[in-house]
Design a protein around this ligand. Structure first.
Ligand code: C2E
Ligand code: MG
Ligand code: MG
Ligand code: MG
Length: 283
């Protein structure tokens, strides 16, 4: 058996790995037809000013609901979309839809509202990306200064030169850039300084730790200080309770999002939530 395993240099994998691979292939096919059947949609999580509690924007989060109602979480299907290349088409749709939603919010009177859109590595690196972004902005009429793209810190690590050039091109469209899940990717700080980013998003993991000990809050405190030193905006994600919000605010973090304020909402739910906060055209 050991011999046959080696013959031809074949990769010998376990039954459970085989099951996992088959499951991924199945999901990939389901995703391809799901895109056609319009099973994907966006949910919007409000972002607020920690000092005043006022909402100033929302993050668009991709959702996939199968015909039978089953929800597949993005952490499960986005890696599959990336590795199958489907993310290019899906990501372009996300951009268009998020821009369209921003325009609907503007039409409802929310003129000072930003929309954050997650962009994955494979999408960002696609040669047509800037063109797709430009088209989404032009076709919708969305003002670029109210659109923010979130890229992950691990993306910021690879090929710094190429990334810097890409970011410069993207920034020329007028949108701003946030680094998502900041603190998890060990990016070089000197590198960060050279990248033209606008905002750091403190990863939920560091927000969760914050109420434990002084040590627990040290990473969040460091990111907030770093943002201040580099002149970058900082937002905390995954804020679930009042105490976390208080500590973040005391540490000087100006912005936040999380279940404490709201879960991700449908477009209608977002309008209702905003209305209940007493902002917008009535304010
Ligand atoms: P992310 O961009 O870091 O998004 C934050 C995630 O934390 C979201 O999960 C959100 O629903 C969740 N969250 C927000 N507040 C809380 C909280 O208080 N507590 C807890 N426990 N969770 C909270 P979601 O929607 O499942 O998205 C997971 C990841 O999938 C996102 O992480 C992002 O990396 C990716 N993703 C989502 N939508 C898109 C998209 O349109 N394009 C791309 N490329 N990636 C996306
Ligand atoms: Mg994000
Ligand atoms: Mg994040
Ligand atoms: Mg995250």
């Amino acid at each position: 058996r050991a011999k046959s395993q080696q013959r031809g240099g074949h990769f010998y994998f376990s039954r459970s790995m085989g099951v996992e691979i088959r499951e991924r292939v199945r999901l990939m096919h389901a995703l391809r037809s799901g895109v056609q059947r319009k099973e994907l949609f966006l949910a919007y999580q409000p972002q607020v000013d920690l000092g005043t509690g006022r909402p100033f924007g929302a993050e668009a989060l991709l959702r996939w609901r199968l015909e039978d109602g089953t929800m597949i979480p993005p952490d499960r299907f986005i890696p599959i979309a990336e590795y199958s290349g489907l993310i290019v088409e899906i990501g372009a749709w996300v951009l268009r839809e998020a821009c369209a939603e921003l325009m609907r919010l503007r039409a409802a009177g929310y003129l000072d509202f930003t929309m954050s859109v997650n962009v994955s590595q494979a999408q960002f690196r696609h040669p047509q990306f800037v063109e797709v972004l430009r088209r989404a902005l032009e076709d919708s009429g969305a003002p670029p200064e109210f659109i923010e793209l979130e890229i992950t810190e691990s993306m910021a690590m690879e090929e710094p030169q190429l990334l810097a050039e890409m970011l410069a091109q993207v920034k020329r469209t007028g949108v701003s850039i946030a680094i998502d899940d900041f603190g998890t990717g060990f990016s070089s700080l000197s590198h960060l300084q050279r990248l033209k980013v606008d905002r750091l998003k403190i990863d939920r993991a560091f927000v969760t730790e914050i109420t434990g000990s002084a040590r627990g809050s040290s990473i969040a405190a460091m990111i907030i200080q770093l943002g201040r030193n580099l002149g970058l905006s900082v937002i905390a994600e995954g804020v679930e309770d009042e105490r976390q919000a208080q500590i973040l605010h005391a540490l000087g973090c100006p912005l936040a999002q999380g279940y404490l304020f709201s879960r991700p909402l449908s477009p209608q739910g977002l309008l209702e939530w905003l209305g209940a906060q007493g902002v917008g055209d009535a304010a």
